[in-house]
Design a binder for this molecule. Structure first.
Ligand SMILES: [Zn+2]
Length: 130
């Protein structure tokens, strides 16, 4: 991978990181207009709790993505030579895949293998070939 390409990935990662950080925590409730005083409504309470749950799970997903971005930036700094290689098989990750998700750690094959662990049918298939 050329240093220009590495630089592009780094810029993209930094931009993603900045966007995630700028988004901040999702506001639980919209800001109230000045002059409008809303009195607490007991009926609305379950709804508020539900939206708090949704907001916190969104924040968790955001934190996970941020972790992957920071990890990728770390890899890029420490081992620029192996950046863009699959951490499982060491093959180069497809450039297009890397462009869409510069923080990706696995090539398509390894990702699929991880998503769909080979069940009994997969093993039978292998044995049939021997
Ligand atoms: Zn792989």
């Amino acid at each position: 991978m050329t240093s220009e390409t590495l630089d592009e990935h780094k810029k993209r990662l930094l931009a993603l990181k900045a966007a995630l950080l700028a988004a901040g925590d999702n506001p639980i409730e919209p800001a109230e207009d000045e002059g409008v005083i809303s009195k607490p409504d007991e009926d609305a309470q379950p709804l508020v709790e539900m939206s708090q749950v949704i907001a916190s799970s969104r924040n968790r997903a955001r934190t996970l993505e941020l972790d992957r971005i920071l990890a990728a930036l770390g890899r890029l700094e420490r081992e620029p030579d192996s950046f863009g290689e699959c951490i499982e098989c060491g093959e180069d990750i497809a450039p297009r895949r890397l462009q869409l998700m510069p923080y990706v750690e696995l090539c398509v094959e390894c990702q699929q293998a991880r998503d769909q662990p080979q069940g009994p049918s997969g093993r039978r298939h292998l044995r049939d070939f021997r």
